[in-house]
Design a protein around this ligand. Sequence first.
Ligand code: NAD
Length: 355
Amino acid sequence: MRGFVYEALPMRVRFAPGAIADIPVEMDHLGLSRVLVLATPEQRELAEHVAAGLGARAAGVFAEARMHVPFEVAQRAGYEAGRLGADGCVAIGGGSTIGLGKAIALRLGLPIIAVPTTYAGSEMTPIWGLTEDGEKRTGRDPRVLPASVVYDPALTTTLPPGLSMTSAVNAMAHAVEALYAPDSSPIISLMAEEGVRALAGAIPLVLADGLANEARSAALYGAWLCGACLGATTMSLHHKICHGLGGTLDLPHAATHTVMLPHVLAYNQEFAPGARSALCRALDAAGDPALQLWDMLQDWGAPTSLRELGMRREYISRIVSLTLANPYANPRLVTAETLTGLLTRAWAGDRPDAD
Ligand code: NAD
């Protein structure tokens, strides 16, 4: 076994169907008296329902969260938190809403109670992002790590089938890259393998019946583990490419991860034998987890090409340049030629290939 460093992140997790009713208990635990409830416009009703349940302990509702956390939205949310005298935030939603909570925490230091309703995993990480003048900046800061995470699988029953499957693959991507991360560790590998197994088993059941409580619980459990992998390790080629595709071309976050993951895994797996074995076990694959993943996504009816997500072919070279611009760890050397081949296959929706 090679040496490793493992640092546990200080956070508390509450997991149960109906756990949303326990937000006041989490507030007590953190010593919070008035929270600003955050959501997207689409989830305003849920946020208002939660705020009504909190009564005077809700400072207000700010339901303007948007993808990639625009700087001006974060500014306004921070101003509202100050004006309303909030001493914490409850962020109910996916990565966009939790990202807004993080932007407020970064500026004002207010603790976050995160209530995730997708499988994106932001609630488990100290990673923040802010977009200004079309450019997304990201960073790590312990202040933005949610102090408490309330996982309520019942809240994910409204997640449509398309987002359920793509968000699940977004989560799996964290685990896949954690398995070959330079700062991985045996504990992270356990969480990664179990997270992928839980999601791969749960999503077909979720697609068959989106209201199935056991399947929704298993999927959220898997997302939790995969999110913890993202929070603990450094991501590689896959996340680098998706960051470029999302940030520069504005492609949908979870769907972009879904298209790219089998291609990046096919490219890397020969050079990461430990990750390959773990993924064979998790996905019940004979020897090629990338192809197993690809076949699984076909069965689910997931998007399989960047073209269908709206990307024009001529942007491939731009993404190649962006991806190669800054060095980062990856099990296999990446060149302009190999990356162009990989992105061209992903753009066209071809079967993944290791070349
Ligand atoms: P999202 O938060 O943008 O949500 C997508 C849409 O789905 C929104 O309209 C939202 O209101 C809706 N939605 C969410 N949950 C729902 C539910 N249960 N039922 C019905 N509708 C629901 O999507 P996402 O994929 O969760 O997050 C993507 C964003 O998160 C990206 O900006 C990404 O960069 C960021 N992210 C950050 C981290 C991190 O560690 N900082 C990790 C993962 C993702």
